[in-house]
Ligand binder design. Structure first.
Ligand SMILES: Cc1ncc(COP(=O)(O)O)c(C=O)c1O
Length: 424
């Protein structure tokens, strides 16, 4: 085995990785149709009385998830904001969010002048720890935002009854779990509302995009208006050249509509989601086995009842004593150099995101509340390295290379410890 690629040795893997996002012929044909249609947004004028791509995607995504309604949105953040506002959450209300997730989960709460209450995670699942949620509930708590993070489903057996017992809404943030299934149902259909991000790195993407799903038609109608500047769909037939949206006059809203080209991309790529998810799951299982043979690595645990996980990023916990005292960023750099791809640590604990600091913005009326130190989120950030989902669309040989890279970095960990910060 040669020396570490980080310090000039030969990399383990030199081939290109699968590109992400990927286009398909169906996707390109659909895009061309939209581009020539004369209508690029739901807020455009009626052209030919056929359903908009936004409507077609909404129907398909609702059907895919086994739920009655879907409202596409501009991104996952606006989906969260619309969901919370549609549930009646607003100024001064508290929403419990996980201590390990993308910052938007908390900033969406701040953006509606509510208070994100940031609580710790379970060290095995890296998702919300139910006991931490229970301890953080106050008379102002209105909702629990659960995130099915990376490669796992959160502990819904505990969180669903907990939310019910305390009369709280459960919002499922499925930005990282399109297609995951738990006890016979898709995630996003178990709480009051499910939200999704279709941002560039997500397993179903239109570059930017999002959606809310729910069963309640009134809730869906409120979300629709909240994402369309308060407008709703005109119910009568609209002649060509006229608006299909009209003022709904029901409270403050913003424009957070998905565009027609984005909806066309999502509709066509939805066809590939299940088989791509299955391929990622297969290769992740292969990598798990290879890393178990090497020893010293552990994996994210999903909730009991999980029937199908999805893989957004694949966290690998470094357990071997070899890695003691080596900064996780240095391990990531070493793996990146071996594999020629992006390997990175998990999110920082939520209370470390600078944008959430109190007094940081004149726009914000509230600041996050952190009832207990986020010890497990801190440990998770120190102990894991993350592999992006598109690596798992590669072949068996690539997975063998990933395992070899982990073995090599483990064998040379003492060098990383001695040369911290080198090779940046
Ligand atoms: C868990 C989670 N929630 C919300 C978001 C926000 O989505 P968007 O970037 O589409 O606004 C993301 C995006 O990465 C996410 O991962």
């Amino acid at each position: 085995m040669s020396g570490l690629a980080l310090f000039g040795g030969t990399p383990v893997h030199r081939q290109a990785w699968p590109q992400w996002p990927q286009s398909t012929l169906t996707c390109e044909r659909a895009l061309l149709t939209v581009m020539r249609s004369g209508r690029w947004s739901v807020s455009g004028l009626e052209t030919d009385a056929s359903p908009t791509w936004d409507q077609r995607f909404a129907e398909a995504f609702a059907h895919y998830n086994g739920v009655r309604h879907c409202v596409p949105t501009a991104n996952g953040t606006s989906a969260l904001m619309a969901a919370m506002q549609a549930l009646g959450i607003g100024a001064g209300d508290e929403v419990i969010v996980p201590g390990l997730t993308w910052v938007a989960c908390a900033s969406a709460v701040l953006a509606i002048n509510a208070v994100p209450v940031i609580v710790d995670i379970d060290p095995a699942s890296l998702c919300l720890a139910p006991h931490a949620v229970e301890a953080a509930i106050s008379p102002r708590t209105r909702a629990i935002m659960v995130v099915h993070l990376y490669n796992a489903i959160a502990d819904l057996d505990a969180l669903l009854p907990l939310a019910r017992r305390h009369g709280l809404h459960l919002i499922e943030d499925c930005a990282q779990a399109h297609g995951a299934q738990w006890r016979g149902r898709h995630v996003g259909t178990l709480g009051a509302v499910g939200t999704f991000s279709m941002q560039n790195g997500k397993v179903l993407t239109s570059g930017e995009g999002g959606a809310c799903i729910c069963d309640d038609p009134d809730l869906a109608a409120r979300i629709f208006r909240l994402r369309a500047d308060g407008r709703q769909r005109v119910t009568d037939t609209v002649p060509s050249g006229y608006m299909t949206l009209e003022e709904g006059g029901q409270g403050f809203a913003q424009n957070a509509c998905l565009s027609e080209p984005q909806a066309a991309i999502l509709l066509s790529r939805l066809e590939d989601l299940d088989h791509e998810n299955a391929q990622r799951a297969r290769q992740a299982q292969r990598l798990r086995q290879l890393l178990e043979e090497i020893g010293g690595f552990a994996f994210q645990q999903t909730a009991e009842g999980t029937e199908r996980t999805t893989l957004y990023h694949f966290p690998v916990r470094l357990e071997g004593p070899e890695f003691e005292g080596v900064a996780i960023a240095q391990v990531c750099r070493a793996l990146s150099a071996e594999l020629g791809c992006w390997v990175h640590p998990p999110y920082p604990p939520m209370d470390r995101f600078a944008v959430l600091a109190p007094g940081h913005s004149q726009r914000l009326l509230t600041a996050p509340r952190v009832p207990q130190p986020l010890l497990c989120a801190q440990a998770a950030h120190r102990q894991h390295v993350m592999l992006a989902h598109w690596l798992f669309l590669a072949d068996d040989q690539a997975m063998a290379h990933v395992a070899q890279a982990f073995a090599k970095v483990k064998e040379h960990a003492h060098e990383l410890r001695a040369r911290q910060g080198e090779g940046q």
